[in-house]
Design a protein around this ligand. Structure first.
Ligand SMILES: CC(C)(COP(=O)(O)OP(=O)(O)OC[C@H]1O[C@@H](n2cnc3c(N)ncnc32)[C@H](O)[C@@H]1OP(=O)(O)O)[C@@H](O)C(=O)NCCC(=O)NCCS
Length: 149
């Protein structure tokens, strides 16, 4: 069964904090950070969840008012046991539908092959790097997506 992709609601907060901790470990957002994301939902944030009865994935976008051309993917993750079944792709498809006509940027650790594989499959291209950006000295890769004309 494919999960439903829907906008996050306040009741999802605890599940998102828990799933983010599983997916990002020491790099996870605190519950306060998640509350801040939720507080911005009416302004410039979009949080979508993949719902299979439980939340099994999510994507967070920084989607500023339309006069600004650039959207940023702040986070995307899928529960480890559910990976490689298409959920990340499902989330990104719906997220990019929200970004029609705009440029989408994201930043990803150079060693994160699964995420880079996902992004490349959607047509994201590397446009720059931040050398030694992450703890441990790993590079950040900046990737860009633009809708094909
Ligand atoms: C990145 C992530 C969200 C992908 O989610 P997913 O649900 O497994 O992705 P999908 O099943 O939709 O995969 C889509 C495509 O991405 C690529 N991909 C996904 N996992 C991959 C891997 N481990 N190695 C190489 N390519 C991979 C493949 O091209 C895949 O298509 P295919 O399965 O037909 O070959 C998931 O691995 C994850 O949660 N990682 C930890 C969190 C993270 O690092 N997030 C990104 C940084 S913000």
């Amino acid at each position: 069964m494919r999960p439903a992709i829907r906008a996050a609601v306040a009741d999802d907060l605890a599940a998102l904090v828990a799933l983010d901790a599983v997916c990002f470990g020491r790099e996870a957002w605190s519950s306060i950070a998640w509350v801040n994301e939720f507080e911005r939902l009416s302004e410039d944030r979009v949080v979508l969840v993949a719902d299979e009865g439980a939340v099994v994935g999510y994507v967070v976008l920084l989607l500023p008012p339309v006069e600004l051309d650039v959207v940023e993917v702040l986070r995307i993750a899928v529960a480890p046991a559910e990976r490689r079944t298409g959920i990340g792709g499902q989330l990104l498809t719906i997220a990019l539908e929200r970004c029609a006509g705009r440029t989408v940027l994201l930043e990803v650790a150079a060693s994160n092959e699964s995420a880079i594989g996902l992004y490349r499959g959607f047509g994201f291209e590397e446009i720059s790097r931040r050398r030694g950006y992450y703890a441990g000295g790993e590079d950040a890769v900046i990737m860009r997506w633009r809708e094909e004309a």
